[in-house]
Design a protein around this ligand. Structure first.
Ligand code: MRU
Length: 337
């Protein structure tokens, strides 16, 4: 695998005394970096989606704790504020719990910096492993559809679902990629297409509403998505629209793959029913690129994640291995305590 060709973006960069984040709200128009000088600014960047994607927000939060420790801030407060930044992606809570464990064990600021770095490094290694495992499931000359952005921007690098796609392209298994635009934040249109075009991967953008029609055409053999939280029975929360993709895939005989590191698995949550779905400001739906597109007085409902039930998932790929047709028993066997 030629990682130099397919893995060049690092959106979360520790600078020793601050955290540098590639502002994902402005891509692809502007490549603008934000320098976060304290944990409060990192919390705000997570809330505002300047940094986004389940693994990336966990990594950024870990750096927030390390930074706060260096600055002598009260760590309990910092942990609480960071934890409340976004509710659905469990990687955030996972990373903070891991940092807290080190704090409770008496770690100093230098040790917390090492822990945050370990979280970031392990995520990159997990993505590369998942790339190999997931791509091995795909037959040569396949077409795939992906949703949201799960690439280097959303992780420590390489990506989860996009990592499998990168590996699949490199191995000659994937010929062509379709990316759904992912309303309302357009992570697919703005971010995934940016990554795919930079890599020279054959790809086309589709409107979210074109997905079932695409599947009917026979052009895709797999839908490949990431995850924000995988419950103990395999139910998977991911970007809004994932559930309808899973339903349409089942109807058309298209396979459905979820790719996520084990830090996204939440064995303390029994099923998707228990996952909190983030509701964001309805204003995000009422305007496009800052310009109001819907009549004044109109209201909107803006859930930004949904849950694909385990029975619609053909494979969950993590760095620990692949679970085909996941259920409570197979999840417990791989992730049980
Ligand atoms: O709201 P976002 O952009 O943070 O949502 C991101 C997603 O839903 C991704 O698909 C998920 O976090 C997996 S990223 C590797």
């Amino acid at each position: 695998m030629d990682y130099d060709r397919y893995d060049r973006i690092r959106a979360v960069q520790w600078q020793g005394d601050h955290l540098r984040l590639l502002d994902q709200r402005l891509l692809p128009g502007e490549e603008c970096w934000i320098n976060c000088a304290d944990a409060g600014q990192i919390t705000q960047a997570i809330k505002d989606l300047a940094v986004r994607g389940a693994p990336a927000i966990g990594i950024a939060a870990a750096w927030g704790v390390a930074l706060a420790a260096k600055q002598g801030e009260p760590l309990d407060e910092v942990l609480t504020t960071l934890r409340a930044a976004r509710p659905t992606a469990v990687n955030l809570m996972w990373a903070l719990d891991r940092m807290k464990k080190r704090i409770v064990a008496g770690a100093d600021a230098a040790a917390l910096v090492r822990e945050a770095q370990a979280i970031q490094d392990e995520d990159l290694a997990a993505n590369r492993r998942m790339g190999e495992l997931g791509a091995a499931l795909i037959r040569t000359h396949s077409g795939v559809l992906t949703h949201c952005n799960t690439g280097s921007l959303a992780t420590a690098g390489f990506g989860t679902a996009l990592g499998v796609i990168r590996a699949g392209v490199a191995m000659g298994r994937i010929d062509h990629v379709y990316a759904g635009e992912t309303r309302p934040w357009q992570q697919g249109a703005r971010l995934t297409m940016w990554e795919l075009v930079r890599d020279g991967i054959s790809a086309q953008l589709i409107a979210d509403s074109a997905a079932a029609h695409l599947m009917k055409s026979g052009a895709v053999q797999w839908v490949i998505v990431g995850a924000d939280r995988i419950a103990a029975n395999g139910d998977t929360a991911n970007k809004i629209g994932t559930y309808q993709l899973a339903i349409a895939a089942k109807y058309h005989g298209v396979k459905f793959m979820v790719v996520a590191p084990s830090s996204t698995v939440d064995m303390a949550t029994g099923s998707g029913e228990e996952i909190e779905i983030e509701l964001r400001d309805p204003a995000e739906l009422l305007s496009t690129a800052g310009k109001r597109t819907v009549v004044e007085g109109a209201r909107a409902w803006n859930p930004v994640f949904d849950v694909a039930p385990a029975e619609l998932i053909d494979a969950i790929v993590t760095e620990r291995g692949v679970i085909e047709r996941p259920n409570s028993i197979s999840m417990q066997a791989m992730f049980g305590w």
